[in-house]
Design a protein around this ligand. Structure first.
Ligand SMILES: *[C@@H]1O[C@H](CO)[C@@H](O)[C@H](O)[C@H]1NC(C)=O
Ligand SMILES: *[C@@H]1O[C@H](CO)[C@@H](O)[C@H](O)[C@H]1NC(C)=O
Ligand SMILES: *[C@@H]1O[C@H](CO)[C@@H](O)[C@H](O)[C@H]1NC(C)=O
Ligand SMILES: *[C@@H]1O[C@H](CO)[C@@H](O)[C@H](O)[C@H]1NC(C)=O
Ligand SMILES: *[C@@H]1O[C@H](CO)[C@@H](O)[C@H](O)[C@H]1NC(C)=O
Ligand SMILES: *[C@@H]1O[C@H](CO)[C@@H](O)[C@H](O)[C@H]1NC(C)=O
Ligand SMILES: *[C@@H]1O[C@H](CO)[C@@H](O)[C@H](O)[C@H]1NC(C)=O
Length: 233
């Protein structure tokens, strides 16, 4: 009996004993569960962000490669010959009488693109202001192809500016007139059926022309002149 009592006590002790451990483990089991529930959306977000970043970088690299491969090259424009057969400034007012014919070549250096001109405007300027302009016929410029455009500014026009007469007199004495030719283009590139946006490159050519009637300058002649052309971008 006496031995039973301690056993009973031992049992009760053992009964109290297990009561404590179960209280400790449950929090241990519950905590990881809680942690998993807290971490899941965060890791999902992390993975989504990583994938998003990778996709962005991949698209960026593809676009860069396409841009490098398909980047259009600038048009090459040269004035091959130009004849100034009349260039007179009226003695009494600022009326300019002119007859200028121009032969220029347009080269499309692109291997991949055909060019479709939507507007070709050619302006003639003297001492700053424009004294005439032309709208040239539109055409298609093939890949790696060169086209010759021949056009003529002819007529009379009032020119503005205080310095026109002094510039005119000086240049006539020197035997060379300096006329600027500017072109304003609107062009679309086309590859197969894909058509680009409309580009608007400006063209600028500085022409050095023998003064009409001056045999010394005429003998030296007009030199082939390369024009500055804006890039297609
Ligand atoms: C242009 O000027 C030259 C010399 O000054 C003159 O001989 C010629 O008649 C003029 N021509 C015109 C169209 O004014
Ligand atoms: C300019 O002068 C010329 C004569 O040299 C004349 O025929 C012409 O009508 C004048 N033009 C103007 C706008 O005054
Ligand atoms: C203009 O110059 C061209 C040569 O470049 C000539 O054939 C033409 O007859 C000239 N026109 C006038 C009105 O002088
Ligand atoms: C224009 O210039 C090119 C190159 O010099 C030449 O082959 C062509 O015959 C010229 N055309 C005209 C109409 O002057
Ligand atoms: C300029 O004149 C020369 C000689 O007459 C001729 O060969 C050339 O084709 C002319 N150029 C233009 C653009 O009229
Ligand atoms: C270039 O243009 C010329 C004249 O328009 C044409 O005869 C030729 O076939 C073209 N070449 C190419 C490769 O398009
Ligand atoms: C003709 O041009 C030359 C330069 O090419 C110049 O030295 C000469 O003065 C000019 N002659 C005339 C009559 O203007």
């Amino acid at each position: 009996m006496a031995s039973n009592e301690p056993h009973h006590d031992g049992l009760t002790g053992a009964f109290y004993g297990p009561n404590i451990p179960p209280e400790v483990p449950p929090p241990n089991v519950h905590r990881p569960k809680h942690r998993r529930h807290e971490f899941k959306p965060y890791t999902l977000l992390c993975t989504a962000f990583k994938i998003f970043t990778l996709v962005l970088i991949t698209i960026g690299i593809i676009v860069l490669c396409l841009w490098l491969i398909y980047q259009p090259q600038t048009l090459k424009i040269h004035v091959q010959s130009a004849n100034l057969t009349l260039f007179n400034l009226s003695a009494s007012n600022l009326t300019l009488y002119y007859n200028l014919s121009v032969n220029l070549t347009v080269r499309n250096p692109n291997q991949k693109y055909n060019l479709y001109f939507k507007r070709i405007e050619a302006d003639a300027l003297y001492n700053g202001p424009r004294f005439d302009f032309l709208l040239l016929p539109l055409y298609k410029q093939g890949r790696k192809n060169t086209t010759t455009l021949v056009f003529r500014f002819q007529g009379q026009n009032l020119v503005n500016g205080d310095t026109v007469r002094s510039t005119f007199d000086r240049e006539k004495g020197e035997g060379w007139f300096y006329i600027d030719l500017k072109m304003y283009l609107k062009v679309r590139l086309k590859m197969l059926i894909v058509q680009s946006v409309e580009y608007r490159p400006d063209v600028s050519c500085s022409l050095r022309l023998p003064a009409p009637g001056n045999s010394t300058s005429a003998a030296a002649g007009f030199a082939v002149t390369e024009c500055n052309v804006d890039s297609l971008s």
